[in-house]
Design a protein. Structure first.
Lengths: 251, 251
């Protein structure tokens, strides 16, 4: 008999976690979810995420799957797990899925947002990165153009991670300016996959362009160089949100 | 020689404060601001707010005035005060004003927002009130109608406060629904003055109407009764934001 498989959609405030992935001796989202399952099922349970988020990174719609022998209706299971989780992580939805569902390998795209504020704000602290100085909006918009389609993102990949290849299919990248709560800038990017530190390196590069320290025209060279040292710095994790993971439509 | 007078606009996260007003033995926004002035000026300094906010209530644009002998340019003064404040309170702007300016008595209107969420959210915890159950939107909209113009708000005033009168001129009241980050509802209200607990009592009453426990038509009776016991409960402070205080345009 194959075990029941559950798909979970999870929101978390990254501030209190050393990232997604289980690591000994530190608090992680995966670790807390596995502990919640273990407490409920009274047996070790693995929770498999669609992707790792770094320490401090938030998620609105992380996705994971898990196998379980629990027979509770899925909404009761969700409630029972949430009752075992602290208030900085919450299972937004849970559904029964087929035995072949895999949160990581079945994902067809992932969407991240990076929030920047230009004014200090007690109510946004730990929620957006405070950027100092004026930005050249046109230069930043111009620099988005080369980020379309399948590109090699080696220049935006943190060293230390060793993916098999660095090609990413970027489906969407945009900058949205708002002034509802102080001047604010949001980068949104959707791609089939993300390399470690990729969004934060792209943002760091765009901000250098906005400040005039890198020219908008040189972005193509930076991409072509496939060299992390050519790009801008990696900006802090607390502005980053994993917004959504898309799966193939059900047949 | 009359002392220099400064107008401050202040943002704060209410979670860490026992409200605006100085009270012995607890942390308050006014207390922290006065301590920052005292540390800078090396003398006791009073900071006079436009109005009090209760424990836990947030502010995006609280206004206060203070007299000081400090001669720093106002932007340097603001920076020096902010350097002496914790990161949950921030002086957004500071300006020199005439000796007759009074943050409280010169205010012509105040605007509050109350944020409600219908789904639990780690990223919104302490920032909006989690409301359970479905709401009848039409009934809630209908119930806004009597809150226009000068009305007696006795039914929405926390007992224990004893204002001279209970008349408030409500200039604007609205409900905005959004679903950008889970279902969310924002009540915005602008008035010349607010009684203690007034926004939170109005919200509590509207939610009872939304749930069908009070009929939308009875809101006029509740107002006319001038009796706090007729209205709905006072909802929690962490959904409430003092958004803005307006002053007469400069001549």
């Amino acid at each position: 008999m194959s075990a029941r498989k559950i798909k979970l959609t999870i929101e978390y405030d990254g501030a209190g976690f050393s990232g997604w992935q289980v690591q000994p001796g530190v608090r992680t989202v995966q670790g807390d979810l596995e502990a919640a399952f273990a407490s409920l099922a009274r047996r070790d349970t693995r929770v498999h995420g669609a992707g790792r988020t770094d320490a401090g990174v938030h998620a609105l719609g992380q996705v994971a799957h898990s196998e379980t022998d629990l027979t509770l209706p899925v909404e009761k299971l969700r409630a029972a797990l949430n009752a075992r989780l602290d208030d900085d992580v919450f299972i937004v939805s849970a559904e029964d899925v087929g035995a072949d569902f895999n949160a990581r390998f079945d994902a067809v795209s992932r969407s991240y947002a990076y929030l920047m504020g230009f004014t200090e704000s007690p109510l946004w602290r730990g929620r957006r990165w405070l950027v100092k100085g004026a930005m050249d909006r046109d230069a930043m918009e111009t620099a988005l153009v080369p980020f379309a389609g399948v590109i090699d993102c080696s220049s935006f990949c943190l060293t230390g991670s060793e993916p098999k290849h660095h090609r990413c299919r970027i489906d969407r990248i945009s900058l949205e300016w708002s002034s509802e709560h102080g001047e604010m800038l949001v980068l949104r990017i959707e791609a089939d996959r993300f390399l470690r530190g990729m969004v934060r390196s792209i943002v760091g590069t765009l901000v250098e362009i906005g400040r005039g320290r890198i020219s908008a025209e040189s972005i193509q060279e930076i991409i072509d160089a496939r060299d992390r040292s050519r790009a801008g710095p990696t900006v802090p994790p607390w502005g980053l949100y994993l917004e959504r993971i898309e799966y193939e439509r059900e047949a």
